[in-house]
Design a protein around this ligand. Structure first.
Ligand SMILES: *[C@@H]1O[C@H](CO)[C@@H](O)[C@H](O)[C@H]1NC(C)=O
Ligand SMILES: *[C@@H]1O[C@H](CO)[C@@H](O)[C@H](O)[C@H]1NC(C)=O
Ligand SMILES: *[C@@H]1O[C@H](CO)[C@@H](O)[C@H](O)[C@H]1NC(C)=O
Ligand SMILES: *[C@@H]1O[C@H](CO)[C@@H](O)[C@H](O)[C@H]1NC(C)=O
Ligand SMILES: *[C@@H]1O[C@H](CO)[C@@H](O)[C@H](O)[C@H]1NC(C)=O
Length: 588
């Protein structure tokens, strides 16, 4: 009785708050100088460029408005390399600039060059007309794709937007900036930095000679280049033929998750019995573990537990405005070194590369690039697989529920080791890939389903070693840790709405160590976000809310230390401090 009375009073109070706030919102919208920040930021990675660097050429390669584009094919534009900026370049940077005309939901988007994906990104959730943002991405890794553009090619972008509920139209410009000549000394240091992204893309100093898309071949028409994976048995594949003189191959996988799996990382595990008894939306409660993996002619060749990128509309959208969650603007891609498996691909015949997501529910958007390095001094390279150690991941699943309350836990531990030799003009080298994962997902629900606590531990240690005979030549080690903690309490409000109060902590730590002979280099990326706030949820949509987010970003290597600290409260940046030297920060 007491309880329902309290509920009613709270609901009334909320109604008052909401009506006051909605008035405030409309004043903000008509105010020529909005009080909230219109520029959205994702400082996950340090800036790609330093001040004073001017490109030799800048080309707008695609200009497009995305209004009602659900189910439409990607926007594509023909592109030819400007004559005054021929290959080679010291550097190429992709820039995506978007402005939103009005309120809109956050959307996923991607950019492809000749059908090969180069950027997966999420738009913010524009809360006022004129919201805008820029994404810069170093394209050095994709040089061979850009080189291919010298003969002409297509740049495509997909952003499925709808004006059914909200009027916002996204206007996007995609540009390429080409740099030639010497770069300022500090950039040279930056270029040698290995931990440049929440993925191991920095492992390979020389960009690949060839990039083969593992994407939907009908991409330019139908529903785009990405594959849609609807369930755990849905492996999507593409056929590739690589040159017979390839000596190294790395598969880079892009993913984003949607629909029933949009929140996979906080998914509880429930028994079927309870699903039926409680009529909980059955497909959503299979636990918070996913692994994106690849197959070569049907054989498993490696996988990654994705980093949980929180989309700008999720959990509490007021956390992610104007500072996006870690990795949202330039989502991490995941590298699998396939060099040990070259034996099976060097016959000049087509081979099938498959992509799947373990425990997936509908739906994941997945595509990949096969980066191939070619030995110009050989016609044919020989290779052999020496070790294929790939036991099943040890999974421990426990769930204890009584009506809505209870808890579940998933523990996963895995170790794979692939070793193979490749004999080219460079010599007979052995590559060993070793990956260890340790993952834990815990979900606890209390108080008749009103209090939820989620804890995720995602750890990975990966090593790629190169040796000649018994002599080690070099080694790259990557250590990744991504803990996530969240507590949410819900109170029912008027009209079936729910007032959600949430506290969140999320971190990405990545340390890369490169050893070459006697030389050793280390770099560490540490990004951390702490957010707290309230949102009034009408179903999956937040109708009102507030939030504050503290973010700290730090990249440290042997040459430099970059730091940025940002505090945002109620859509306004209260503090933004950056420095190119951590000691300067300490002095300040
Ligand atoms: C691109 O070029 C092809 C062939 O040259 C042409 O068929 C196509 O219409 C062009 N596309 C655009 C968007 O201009
Ligand atoms: C795109 O470029 C045009 C000029 O070519 C400019 O007027 C427009 O503001 C740009 N839009 C964005 C979102 O940067
Ligand atoms: C899994 O998804 C694929 C399409 O992605 C579909 O063909 C298949 O029937 C689905 N399997 C199950 C068991 O639902
Ligand atoms: C179960 O839930 C679905 C929608 O979530 C609803 O349509 C259906 O009526 C429910 N069934 C029962 C028996 O409550
Ligand atoms: C390369 O080395 C491996 C062992 O390290 C050996 O098994 C293989 O036969 C060698 N290949 C060639 C072509 O010499």
């Amino acid at each position: 009785m007491m309880c329902s009375n309290l509920h009613r009073r709270l609901s009334l109070l909320l109604l008052v708050i909401i009506s006051i706030l909605s008035q405030t919102t409309s004043t903000i919208l008509t105010d020529p100088i909005p009080t909230i920040s219109l520029e959205h930021l994702d400082p996950t990675l340090p800036p790609v460029l330093l001040p004073g660097e001017t490109p030799r050429c800048s080309v707008v390669v695609l200009q497009q408005d995305f209004a009602d584009t659900v189910g439409a094919p990607p926007a594509s534009a023909n592109y030819t390399q400007p004559e005054e900026c021929p290959f080679p370049w010291t550097r190429v940077v992709l820039e995506l600039s978007i402005v939103a005309s009005d309120l809109q939901n956050d959307r996923v988007a991607a950019i492809w060059i000749g059908g090969a994906e180069v950027l997966r990104t999420a738009t913010p959730r524009p809360m006022a007309p004129g919201a805008f943002w820029h994404v810069h991405k170093d394209m050095t890794r994709y040089s061979s794709l850009l080189r291919g553009l010298s003969k002409g090619g297509a740049v495509s972008m997909m952003l499925e937007n709808s004006n059914e509920a909200l009027p916002g139209v996204y206007s996007a410009n995609v540009s390429l900036h080409f740099y030639r000549g010497a770069l300022p000394i500090r950039t040279q240091l930056l270029k040698s930095s290995y931990a440049s992204h929440p993925s191991i893309r920095g492992l390979y100093r020389e960009p690949a000679d060839l990039i083969l898309p593992i994407s939907n071949p009908n991409g330019y028409y139908g529903s785009g280049f990405w594959f849609r994976i609807n369930n755990e048995s849905g492996v999507e594949s593409s056929t590739v033929t690589i040159p017979r003189n390839a000596y190294r191959a790395v598969l880079e996988i892009f993913v984003s998750y949607h629909g029933d799996d949009e929140f996979w990382y906080m998914n509880p595990l429930r028994s079927t019995y309870l699903q039926d008894a409680q009529n909980l939306s059955a497909p959503r409660t299979n636990g918070g573990f996913r692994q994106v993996y690849a197959t070569l002619d049907g054989r498993f060749v490696g996988g990654h537990v994705p980093f949980a990128v929180i989309y700008p509309g999720n959990i509490n959208p007021y956390f992610w405005s104007p500072v996006a969650a870690i990795g949202a603007f330039d989502m991490p891609s995941y590298d699998l070194d396939l060099t040990p498996f070259l034996e099976f691909m060097l016959d000049g015949q087509p081979h099938v590369i498959g992509l799947g997501v373990r425990d997936a529910q509908q739906h994941w958007l997945v595509s990949a690039n096969l980066h191939v390095w070619v030995d110009p001094w050989s016609d044919v390279v020989q290779a052999g697989l020496l070790e294929y150690f790939c036991p099943p991941i040890k999974m421990n699943r426990n769930a204890e529920w009584r009506y809505q309350d209870g808890q579940s836990e998933i523990n996963a531990e895995g170790l794979v080791r692939f070793t193979g030799w490749v004999s080219s003009s460079r010599g007979n080298f052995t590559t060993q890939v070793r990956q260890k994962i340790k993952y834990k997902s815990q979900v606890e629900v209390q108080n008749h389903g009103t209090f939820t606590q989620v804890e995720v531990q995602n750890k990975m240690r990966m090593m790629v070693g190169l040796q000649k005979g018994h002599q080690p030549l070099g080694r790259v080690q990557l250590l990744m840790e991504a803990p996530l903690q969240m507590q949410t309490s819900n109170v029912n409000a008027a009209g079936g709405a729910v007032l959600s109060k949430t506290r969140l902590y999320h971190q990405l730590m990545e340390a890369v160590t490169l050893t070459e002979g006697q030389a050793m280099m280390t770099s560490t990326l540490t990004d951390r976000q702490d957010a707290e706030g309230t949102a009034l949820m009408n179903g999956k949509t937040a109708v009102w809310g507030s939030g504050s987010t503290r973010s700290a970003y730090r990249l440290k290597d042997d040459n430099r230390c970059y730091m940025r600290t940002l505090n945002a409260v109620g859509g306004v940046i209260m503090m933004d401090a950056k420095t190119a030297s951590c000691s300067a920060m300490a002095d300040a």
